[in-house]
Ligand binder design. Structure first.
Ligand code: ADP
Length: 224
């Protein structure tokens, strides 16, 4: 019998829907969800020392240096809760050094599956151009699917705005960085037999159904 939730990583280009799906999956399985991007954006918004340090990287679409990013993730796992109960990582790992660091942190609690959400670049560009996010909770909307009351978050009433790094230039750089340093980790996880590619086009519900099918197929086989 499975006594804990799944241990998952979501991969995919910026705008592939990782954040939206991670939130849905976290609710479905009752496990915690770590988005390193959201965590960094919150740090910037609150002006913490980490926020001050990472702002320049976020705004330009560059990766935050590994020492900062890996220590944030180590902290998340340090208490042991997510290791035992399951978790969803969204936006981490993003390069080989991070993927290797994650293997070390997880020792004895291997990932169940790594899901790569594939979406054509034209769809990505349209999604990012129209994307709006809640400044306080990170919930995502699109100009074609706005919150119920104008630009106030359905979840917590926070202001819903365009992300500072959803400018054309930063998006172009994020897509380049994805190709150059994140795509190689797809091979890393394929070699470990953990990778599943999932079609990320269509509605959020359609994508979630595809993900659940893959996850339940994998996790159901694992004995805990
Ligand atoms: P997206 O997938 O749309 O680029 P994210 O919220 O995942 O959005 O990331 C936003 C930014 O946060 C990245 O461009 C990068 O600057 C920083 N970031 C997030 N995760 C990482 C990571 N694992 N390593 C380095 N930088 C990261």
């Amino acid at each position: 019998m499975t006594t804990s939730g799944p241990r998952l990583v979501l991969l995919g280009m910026p705008g592939a829907g990782k954040g939206t799906q991670a939130a849905l999956l976290s609710e479905h399985y009752g496990v915690s969800h770590l988005s390193t991007g959201e965590l960094f954006r919150a740090a910037v918004a609150h002006g913490t020392p980490t926020g001050v340090e990472v702002k320049v990287f976020l705004d330009s679409g560059e990766l935050v240096p590994d020492d900062i990013t890996i220590s944030v993730v180590e902290e998340y796992f340090a208490e042991g809760g997510p290791l035992e109960n399951g978790f969803i990582l969204d936006g981490f790992p993003r390069n080989l050094a991070q993927a290797e660091a994650l293997e070390r942190v997880l020792a004895g609690h291997p990932l169940d599956v790594v899901l790569d959400l594939e979406v054509p670049t034209e769809v990505i560009l349209d999604r990012i151009a129209g994307r709006r996010v809640c400044v306080t909770c990170g919930a995502t909307y699109h100009v074609n699917h706005p919150p119920k009351s104008p630009w106030k978050c359905d979840v917590d009433g926070g202001d819903v705005v365009q992300r500072d790094d959803d400018t054309e230039e930063a998006v172009r750089r994020r897509l380049e960085v994805y190709e150059q340093v994140t795509v190689p980790i797809i091979d890393f996880y394929a070699a470990l037999g953990k990778l599943v590619i999932v079609d990320g086009t269509g509605t959020g519900d359609e994508v979630q159904e595809r993900l659940l099918k893959e996850i339940d197929g994998r996790v159901g086989q694992a004995s805990r």
